[in-house]
Design a protein around this ligand. Structure first.
Ligand code: MF3
Ligand code: CO
Length: 251
């Protein structure tokens, strides 16, 4: 799973660098699929319940599950990019939200709060904690900053399959839910809206958008619960060692 996670992280780094005005989401999908296959991986999403692409690309008010297509990135967009890779029969899954040019203070704060909520939740992925401790920590950080967490979509266990038990909500109560044990691997993925938490499904039956057209951000990591604390299997090299940003130095 760590090897699958390295390919996911490399793919997201490449996608981040590929985001620019005028680039289409279909082009991002092609870049990602080529990268994944060059690294001997399989794009997990492709064919999953009929999903037609290798990544999800969800701009602005779209929350998740945007099917790549002719949409051209423009200045001040934010876009959420979600990648899953299967390697040697094991899956890793992660997502980032990227700014194209300067999307303004609200969007930048939404992105920062979402990523920090993820990192704070990850910090609670410790043997003996309850899953609700993770969920509650994510929600608390989001709500304290005036944003909302999507409730109708959740994170998940991950392993040989992309979606395994348990469900990982981005809201909940401390001390509730299953006990975290060594060897569990969770995909934690806060989806955070600037306005209402409510979402709608697009005509393609995939794309999920905010009900009030407010902006949305999404960050996700695949995280192993180890005896030495949480291990992020989809961390980019920059997140991986010393020199981490404040949000990442939580354990
Ligand atoms: N990270 C998303 C999830 O956990 C990716 C799935 S997209 C799909 O649900 F297209 F494959 F469904
Ligand atoms: Co996921």
């Amino acid at each position: 799973m760590a090897r699958a996670g390295e390919v996911v992280a490399g793919c997201l780094a490449l996608l981040r660098d590929s985001c620019a005005e005028g680039v289409t989401t279909a082009e991002l999908d092609r870049v990602a699929e080529n990268f994944i296959r060059e690294h001997k991986g399989i794009p997990t999403f492709k064919g999953y319940r009929g999903y037609p692409a290798s990544i999800c690309a969800s701009p602005n008010q779209m929350v998740v599950h945007g099917i790549p297509g002719p949409y051209e990135l423009k200045f001040a967009d934010i876009i959420s990019l979600d990648v899953g890779v299967t390697l040697g029969g094991w899956v890793a899954d992660a997502a980032i939200t990227v700014a194209v040019g300067d999307p303004g203070p609200l969007a930048l704060r939404l992105m920062e709060v979402t990523e920090t909520s993820l990192m704070r939740g990850i910090a609670r992925c410790v043997v003996g904690n309850h899953l609700g401790d993770v969920s509650h920590t994510v929600e608390e950080h989001v709500v304290a900053n005036g944003f909302t967490v999507v409730r109708s979509l959740v994170g998940h266990g991950v392993g040989r399959e992309m979606h395994e038990d348990p469900q990982v909500p981005n809201f909940g109560a401390e001390g509730e839910g299953p006990l975290l044990k060594e060897g569990m691997v969770l995909a934690i993925e806060p989806m955070v809206n600037a306005g209402t938490h409510k979402v709608t499904v697009g005509e393609d039956k995939w794309a999920i958008s905010t009900a009030d057209n407010s902006l949305s951000a999404h960050f996700e990591h695949t995280v192993a619960v180890t005896r030495n604390g949480p291990r992020i299997l989809t961390a980019s090299k920059a997140e991986d060692g010393a020199g981490l940003g404040a949000a990442h130095r939580l354990w």
